[in-house]
Design a protein around this ligand. Structure first.
Ligand code: DC
Length: 209
């Protein structure tokens, strides 16, 4: 079974998806980490971020892999910590916007997702990567709450600046962040992680009957 979890930054996707996967004994695939790792490599290799063809070729040449402990590796480098940097936050929407990049990533994500039960989180999982997913969730949360969560994730950056950057990233990601028509929308603003996970678990149970 595939559980697709989509939504904007700070909607709670990563925490919810990772917790849910653990509880269900499913694999967990963080597709955002793949776009982040490619952005990290493009900056290191000096590939221009407006060069869709060059970035698509870079993505083809360097697969992102995930370790059992959730570590993220590209070009033989563990980038687990580096890809959470604010610099990557700022540049990743530019990289993720190129159709040449998305084509390579989506094929890899389908291959990774098709190997059995998985919780896959991203922006376009329920719509494009896994349109046949048995359970599709679209998480949303109030902007102030999303900015607050980001502040906790990115200590050292001023809250107003984070909120501005989050809004800017939302605008740039919006074109690829859409709920599938059959997705269940959950507003996580006032819910704990456990509450969100439990609701999704119930949907998974219903879907497996
Ligand atoms: O979920 P995240 O913040 O780690 O995602 C990083 C970036 O990658 C974000 O700007 C949107 C993009 N992304 C995407 O376009 N499609 C996905 N399936 C996942 C992420």
């Amino acid at each position: 079974m595939i559980v697709a979890i989509d939504g904007p930054a700070g909607s709670g996707k990563s925490t919810v998806a990772a917790t849910l996967a653990l509880r269900l004994g499913f694999r967990y695939l963080d597709t955002g980490a793949m776009y982040r790792a490619l952005t990290w490599l493009a900056l290191r290799e000096g590939v221009q971020l407006d060069d869709g063809i060059g970035l698509g070729a870079l993505a083809s040449a360097h697969a992102v892999s995930f370790g059992p402990n959730g570590s993220v590796t590209i070009a033989e480098t563990d980038v687990s910590a580096a890809i959470r940097d604010a610099e990557i936050d700022r540049h990743v929407p530019t990289v993720a916007a190129h159709p040449e990049v998305r084509k390579v990533m989506r094929e890899r994500q389908r291959a990774l997702g098709s190997a059995g039960d998985a919780v896959i989180e991203g922006r376009d999982i329920g719509t494009v990567v896994a349109p046949d997913a048995e359970v599709k969730i679209f998480l949303v949360a109030a902007e102030t709450e999303r900015a607050r969560r980001r502040t906790a994730d990115r200590p050292g950056i001023e809250a107003d600046r984070l909120a501005r950057e989050l809004r800017r990233r939302d605008e740039r990601d919006a074109i690829n962040t859409r709920p599938a028509v059959d997705a269940v929308q959950l507003d996580t603003t006032e819910l704990s992680v456990d509450e969100v996970v439990e609701r999704i678990e119930r949907l998974v149970e219903e879907a497996s009957r």
